[in-house]
Design a protein around this ligand. Structure first.
Ligand code: ZN
Ligand code: ZN
Length: 606
């Protein structure tokens, strides 16, 4: 191979000019050691350019010690320039694995992810053998792109080169597979490890968290603790916190809060905000508010979290108060905060305030309303029985309204008995082809209420023809720091017998209170008895029965659901809260119901 010498016409450009104020004084007797220490001291790219020039002039570029330090500094320092580093890299005739590794790391650090793969390709092309320092950065590139195909090829190379036992490489493989959506592969790599560090657990838990596998996250966290890894790092605790938030596991969330306080010297804004989010979404509004007030530094995100949290709990006025305090302090609201503010107004029935905020957002803060903002406004009007106005707003939107908006209008039409508009909304949903089984149920329930039996039958037949089935609803309930999942008609549960026995007892009590099951909520055809039985085994009822058995008298019950509860479960839960004297909190996707003494905080509108 021909040895390339530094290109001279470039050199003279790089020579320091005497009159330049920033010019470094150079001693031409410098040896490589001194040159390198000058390279390392460079604080800006200009300084670096001068030192580089001198090294070329002194003919020291061919010295691998000098050239590798040039590349390292240029690629990895605070002022790093990958363009410049690449130009140096291209002039090195036979780069060693060290140079390739630095280039890969630099590209990943600067988020030139594809470039990192090209460098690796170049490395293989030139027959340079990668080592255990090559792979962590390279796999990180694959994870961030994400590029599963390449990641798997690289896994093959790792195997071939016998680097598969290196812990750092393995941790990177776990993360890469997780980010590429192949959590099973992450687990397989993890299983094959002899020695598992905190970092390995962290990678595996994060892989599951990234795919929303929350129960698995908590199980792994338990396994980790029982394998003796007790001192968890912040990233693990944050993943666990997200899992608690999603599962509504308040007790476990509280413990995680405790671990964070024990293990960390201080909590940063991000961790504090995720704690607040956890408390709010697990139903503990007071604790969330308390943490928010005590926060030393509040940022845009923490305010946004508290406003939408207050909205979820139906505390509209308080949300507006936080919002106006924020404006007084000079913070400029963004579109996300406005989604929280508008939904706070709609949930709390603050119609005037909501309309004002919508105008203010457009005029004062120059934010163009998005689909989500329109959704909040349609919801606000629909809840307040301003159905025509909501319909007008939908028709005046600059973009094509989506299924969420039409569905919102449809369910409001059901509540306010407006069949005509309800039919229009349903038709739009069917046209959008995003119709779900529950849309048909809402429509047919409307017809049933109006005693239009022919239309009821027609709607149900249509649904069957389309092959639509209802999403399987589930309810999660936390008992003694463990989360239990119930699906409707669940017979697989380990405590099944006792739970059904309890359900039976509850029904007796309910009958005394005048409860009759609302079987119109059951989709399937069948006789009344069958419908009644299906209804009585809705997941929320099973979860409540289970919690009543396994928690002490008077303690609150917290449930998280994946889909809206049916109106029968709502009535049922209200009565149970009175009969058994329990506070029951049910979280739906974006709303809380606080049941107490026979009433619900949503005032039966949701
Ligand atoms: Zn139900
Ligand atoms: Zn409610």
């Amino acid at each position: 191979m021909m040895i390339r010498t530094p290109v001279l016409h470039q050199t003279h450009l790089l020579v320091p000019q005497e009159d330049h104020p920033q010019t470094l004084k150079f001693d031409f007797r410098l040896k490589e050691q001194e040159c390198v220490s000058l390279v390392k001291k460079c604080k800006t790219i200009e300084e670096f350019r001068q030192v580089h020039g001198q090294i070329l002039k002194l003919g020291l570029f061919g010295n691998s010690f000098c050239s590798s330090n040039l590349v390292t500094t240029c690629a990895l320092s605070d002022w790093a320039s990958m363009e410049y580093a690449s130009s140096i890299y291209r002039q090195i005739d036979e780069p060693c694995s060290f140079i390739f590794n630095i280039m890969i790391r630099g590209h990943v650090k600067s988020m030139n992810l594809e470039e990192a793969l090209f460098v690796y390709d170049d490395m293989l092309d030139r027959g340079v053998e990668p080592d255990n320092f090559t792979y962590p950065a390279l796999l990180k590139a694959c994870a961030l792109i994400p590029a599963l195909q390449e990641g798997m090829q690289i896994h093959g190379h790792v195997f071939k080169l016998g680097l598969v036992d290196d812990e750092f490489v393995k941790n990177s493989l776990i993360s890469m597979y997780g980010k590429c959506g192949k959590v099973r592969n992450s687990c397989a790599v993890f299983e094959q490890m002899d020695q598992r560090s905190i970092a390995s657990w962290s990678a595996l838990i994060a892989a599951h968290a990234g795919r929303g596998m929350w129960s698995e996250c908590l199980r792994l966290f338990g396994d980790m603790s029982s394998e003796g890894c007790r001192k968890a790092e912040e990233s693990i605790l944050v993943s666990v916190l997200s899992a608690c938030t999603h599962l509504g596991a308040l007790d476990l969330g509280r413990c995680t809060h405790g671990s964070l306080l024990r293990n960390m010297s201080g909590l940063n804004v991000i961790v504090e905000t995720s704690l607040i989010d956890m408390y709010l979404k697990c139903g503990s509004l007071e604790k969330g508010l308390c943490l928010f007030q005590r926060m030393a530094k509040k940022n845009q995100l923490s305010r946004s979290v508290i406003i939408s949290g207050l909205a979820m709990h139906g505390r509209g006025l308080e949300a507006l108060k936080v919002f106006s305090e924020m404006l007084e302090e000079g913070f400029k609201p963004d579109d996300v905060i406005y989604v929280g503010v508008l939904s706070a107004c709609s949930r709390a029935g603050l119609v005037e305030e909501g309309l004002q905020c919508f105008e203010r957002m457009k005029i004062e803060h120059g934010i163009e309303p998005t689909m989500q903002h329109y959704g909040c406004m349609v919801d606000l009007m629909a809840r307040a029985d301003m159905l025509d106005r909501a319909f007008k707003l939908i028709n005046s939107m600059p973009m094509e309204p989506n299924d969420v908006l039409w569905r919102c209008l449809l369910s409001a039409c059901k509540v306010h008995h407006d069949i005509e508009l309800g039919e229009i909304a349903a038709k739009k949903l069917f046209q959008l082809n995003s119709d779900t089984a529950s849309d048909y149920v809402v429509l047919s329930n409307m017809y049933a209420k109006a005693q239009k039996w022919h239309d009821v039958a027609l709607t149900r037949t249509k649904m069957v023809h389309k092959g639509l089935t209802q999403v399987v609803g589930f309810s999660l309930v936390e008992v003694k720091r463990k989360v239990y999942k119930f699906v409707s008609q669940d017979m697989s549960h380990p405590h099944c017998d006792v739970t059904y026995e309890m359900l039976h007892q509850m029904e007796w009590q309910l009958k005394f209170e005048g409860y009759t099951p609302d079987t119109s909520q059951v989709l399937l055809d069948g006789d009344e008895e069958e419908k009644r039985q299906r209804l009585s085994r809705h997941s929320q009822k099973l979860a409540i029965a289970f919690a009543l058995i396994h928690t002490s008298q008077g303690s609150p019950i917290r449930i998280a659901r994946n889909i809206r509860m049916c109106s029968d479960c709502h009535t049922y839960t209200k009565l149970i809260s009175m009969i058994y004297e329990r506070k029951i909190t049910v979280r739906e996707r974006n709303q809380f119901h606080h049941f107490k003494d026979g009433t619900c905080s949503c005032r039966d509108y949701w």
